[in-house]
Write a protein that binds this ligand. Sequence first.
Ligand SMILES: [Zn+2]
Length: 453
Amino acid sequence: MRAGGAESGATERRALINYMTRTCIEASKPMTILAGTQWRADPSFVEQNSGQAVYLFSPVYHTTQRRRHDLSTATTQGSAGEAPRPGATGGSRHARPPTRGRNDRASGVPFTSIQNVADNMLTNTSPTIRRGGVNTVFVMPNLVPPITTVKHCLAYKETLESLEPNVTFLMSLYLHPNISPETVIEAKRAGIAGIKSYPHGVTTHSDHGVMSYEHFYPVFEEMERQDMVLNLHGELPPSAGKDITVLNAEEAFLPTLLDLHQRFPKLRIILEHCTSAAAIEAVKSCGPTVAATITAHHLFLIVDDWAGDPHAFCKPVAKLPSDRRALLKTVVSGDSKFFFGTDSAPHRAETKRADRVAAGVFTQPHAVGFVIDALEQGVEMGVIKAEDVTKEKLENFLSEFGRSFYKVEDTRKERIVLSRPSDAVENLLRSADGSVEVVPFRRAKMTWGVSWR
Ligand SMILES: [Zn+2]
């Protein structure tokens, strides 16, 4: 069947999810990421219109593969629960491994098949959370209709937990006129982590988005009191009259960010999926209550990549080479204001090939691996140095900084192992019944494998 928007359950299908994870790359254990053929036998995979921003947090990191630059070589000890490992020392190495290798699907990979739920994108997506190296998720609220009540939010959380019990879901509300200061108090009591703002009409399911922030000042005041996080999709709507296009929509939003920060200095704010050097500078100029997430795909892409390739098109769009350089440098800068958020958005293949292309790329099944790949590429391009890519910096970017900003405990104490060689990224992901197809980001490219400990 073709899961259409009119069915019940469409809301879940359209979920936008932010994933946060506890990851670690701990030992060499070559394994494969599911190849296309294997994939097809699996009911698990992701669905359309579910954007997912993954916050991958990788505390301890080690591989013993000989690589062009072995990222396991940092000397820093891992986070809680991790024993020191002999051998995890030394500088970065430079020997690219064979890119084709093992094809065994390691049994150690948690892989949840969801049996009891009707097939839809969310059902199929959930198992790819952990596959991508993630066990903690910040769940975005832009469903249809948007999540604007605590009740709706908790019901959604329950659905997610039933789909994937081995993941911690941090929930959020959609900034909307329905949200009052009382809602904020109720949300805080219910354990909801944040409220996400979507300026009107800038991205997937932002039709109910914010026209003017002033209306929400009382809400922000209460959020500040309750210590909740405000997540910003930081783009202004396109406007020919104001010369705002996809290329400068983020930069044009930055004064709004600075203004909000000035008015509510204690309000924790995250500028989600920042894509530009200007955004990085703006976030740096703010106090410690303002942070930003960086996706995996923006570390690869520039304008030329998505101009002509719908599978690389997302919002905010990738910008200039200078912006990409700034992002890569920031990832390894050790600045705690910046951490990983995938904003991985699976869309049905047909919506990516349509006259009007859906915005979003799907990185979830290989989220952590892609970050490592991007940094390797950054080294090859001479943007960053191999020795900048340390275990400590990776852990911080992928795991610690995000958790710390969100003030969430790592209760699961899990680790992942990233290793090479691995298989190529699938050309196409297809649900078991063939009703849902998604083209993953970096299809057919080699990436790192993930297993769990
Ligand atoms: Zn967004």
